[in-house]
Design a protein around this ligand. Sequence first.
Ligand code: CTP
Ligand code: MG
Length: 160
Amino acid sequence: MRSILAIAIDSLWYILPAYIANMSPVIFGGGKPLDFNKKFVDGKRILGNHKTIKGFVAGVICGTAMGIAQGRVLQGILLSLGAMIGDIVGSFIKRRLNIEEGGPVPLLDQEGFLIFSILLTYPIENIGIYSVIFLLFLTPLLHKGTNVVAYYLKLKEVGH
Ligand code: CTP
Ligand code: MG
């Protein structure tokens, strides 16, 4: 088995485009919602106001740019697309559960983008079970940290 440090470094290098993609909408997002204000069959919003077109596009562009910088173009695209799709799936579930935009759902909020990123990239890069476990543990901690920072920088309304 590889050392824990090697797993940690490999995992972080692997997931970096997804992390960048996930953070970018907070800075560059806003404007027209991805669901065009439309409601689902249950009468509630499909995704809500916090999932915007600009945010989605910014996430894919910034994440892919990170992938290009790493010399991992295809991974960059798949990881950022996965992150943005996972983010949307999370919001879709939250709206069905009657949770307001920005309302916290532990694990879903932090792991959704991660799981979709890994799944979408899996056909071209399998990081192995130890890396997946490492990222599942690390991501909620990092998420908490960056959210608190974003809150104090007044980028986010809620510091959870
Ligand atoms: N954001 C955006 N477009 C996206 C995703 C995110 O503009 N496609 C911005 C929004 O300003 C959002 C912020 O990034 O408020 C934080 O995103 P996130 O925490 O994923 O959304 P929530 O505010 O928690 O909304 P939801 O309850 O729908 O998850
Ligand atoms: Mg949130």
